[in-house]
Design a protein around this ligand. Sequence first.
Ligand SMILES: [Zn+2]
Length: 292
Amino acid sequence: MPEGDTIYRAARALQQAIGGKAVTGFETGLAKLARVNDDAPMVGRVVERVESRGKWCLIYFSGDLILVTHMLMSGSWHLYRAGERWRMGRSRMRVVIKTAEWEAVAFNVPIAEFHTARSLERSAQVPRLGPDILSAEFTVEGGVARLEAYAAKHPEAEIAVVLLNQRVLAGLGNVYKSEVAFAAGVNPFRAMRTITRREMEAMVDLAQRYMKANVADGKGEGIVTYAGNRRTTRAMDREERLWVYRRQGQECRRCGAAVMMRKQGEQARSSYWCPECQPWVGEGSGPVGRTA
Ligand SMILES: [Zn+2]
């Protein structure tokens, strides 16, 4: 699943390329969108802004129309100069937004729909999100307050599951979840009631710093992909770039113990951790994961 930072990066690239520009062409392979375009044409509208909310990308057009897309596993937004050859087949195209200079093309997006401000507000599908970690308004204190409020209501919830809950903090994905917990020395399976304020502060601060560091300063040139080169260790080598993610059985970069992996939560997302650097706090001896 694309990480929140790649959606943010895609939204920012789209904003820089087509934000404030008039729509000169619109195509879609999706009947529902085509019907809206027939009734209330997109051509002539202005792209007011593009924003990410967690894993959702929202493109606001003048005249109270919002195109909402979710990438899930397979979808992506690409940017091409007008007339430039696409790097994916036309059969995978779902939406094209053309401006004088750019073509923004959504490929394989499994969810794409139009909303008005009101219908978006009422939508159960596009959740009201917690503050986006990458937004200018986000603060560590604010993020900690949301974790504390959640812990008060759900004391038994496991921290790594909560870190992925987009209604608590929006934007953190499965890779950073494990990386942040490692760097803060917090075992991903610990119950919220065992997490100290200091640990929450460390995790929120790390989440913000990691995600900012991994948002490239591209100017919206060329192609937008989800092959983001995520780096959390300081090493430049690609192989050395993550602390624990997908490193089960390998030596912990800090202590040498074998990194573990275990599926976690209702969605069975993989969590990676070092049993030495992220000691268990709670009843019993704590969960054991695979090292192979
Ligand atoms: Zn370790």
